[in-house]
Design a protein around this ligand. Structure first.
Ligand code: HEM
Length: 216
């Protein structure tokens, strides 16, 4: 059976580094938001951990954007507008209905595109909309003393806090859907193995499997 290389080393490094930071941020963020809850971290400990992880996540995100600008991986994030609606409907029908009836996956991975349209749009939304908002609001929080007293008649710290919280919830939602979707490949572990090794087995179907560059 041939194998395909889908996830270059820098993508895997960035991904697992960010996934770990995401969990640390979630735990330390919840510890501050629900301060005093016995099974969470103390507020005093959560603050420096959250700040340090947020700074590292920012650096990782910059690496992700630069990597996608200057390497081939970026092509997987370019939306193909032609036939977009048709592909969206087919993918939604598959996830909502076909997958439970053993229908064939409507998307075939190619060297040009490893993501189906829903994966692509959710990754674009998470990485190029939610993450920048999370990072910006996080840094605004970090330097809150320099913020104006009010913005649009509302307390600016309140706006920053609400943005940060709402976006964090949005990313948690993304993460939960992400964890489910990665189990819908050829087998439950196919996509996870691919993100660990870079290599996937050729199948032409699945959430992220199909023909690409090389064979073994
Ligand atoms: C423990 C948590 C996580 C696990 C187990 C996990 C697992 C995976 C796996 C198996 C893939 C490859 C399949 C695919 O491309 O769909 C993947 C890709 C991806 N994940 Fe995650 N993930 C986690 C957390 C996250 C988080 C927190 C983010 C972002 C905030 C994220 C963003 C992405 C992106 C953007 C890709 C595509 C990368 C590329 O090939 O360009 N993941 N993830």
């Amino acid at each position: 059976m041939s194998a395909i290389y889908l996830y270059p080393g820098w993508v895997r490094l960035w991904h697992w580094f960010s996934a770990l930071l995401f969990l640390v941020l979630l735990l330390s963020g919840a510890s501050m938001h629900y301060a005093g809850t016995p099974w969470l971290l103390s507020f005093k400990l959560a603050v420096p951990i959250h700040n340090a992880a947020g700074i590292l996540l920012t650096l990782g995100w910059i690496g992700f954007v630069v990597g996608n600008l200057f390497t081939d991986n970026g092509r997987h994030y370019r939306v193909r507008w032609r036939g977009l609606m048709g592909r969206l409907v087919a993918q939604i029908r598959y996830y909502g209905y076909g997958i439970f009836r053993g229908a064939p996956h409507p998307f075939k991975v190619s060297a040009e595109m490893k993501f189906n349209v829903l994966q692509q749009l959710s990754y674009l939304g998470a990485m190029y909309l939610l993450m920048p908002l999370l990072i910006l609001s996080g840094w605004a929080f970090l330097f809150a003393v320099y913020l104006p007293e009010s913005l649009f008649g509302l307390g600016s710290i309140w706006i920053v806090a609400m943005t940060h919280l709402a976006v964090a919830y949005g990313l948690v939602l993304f993460w939960m859907v992400h964890i489910y979707v990665i189990t819908t490949g050829e087998t439950v572990l196919t996509n996870l193995r691919a993100m660990l090794t870079g290599w996937d087995r050729e199948s032409g179907t699945g959430a992220s499997a199909g023909p690409s560059e090389s064979a073994s």
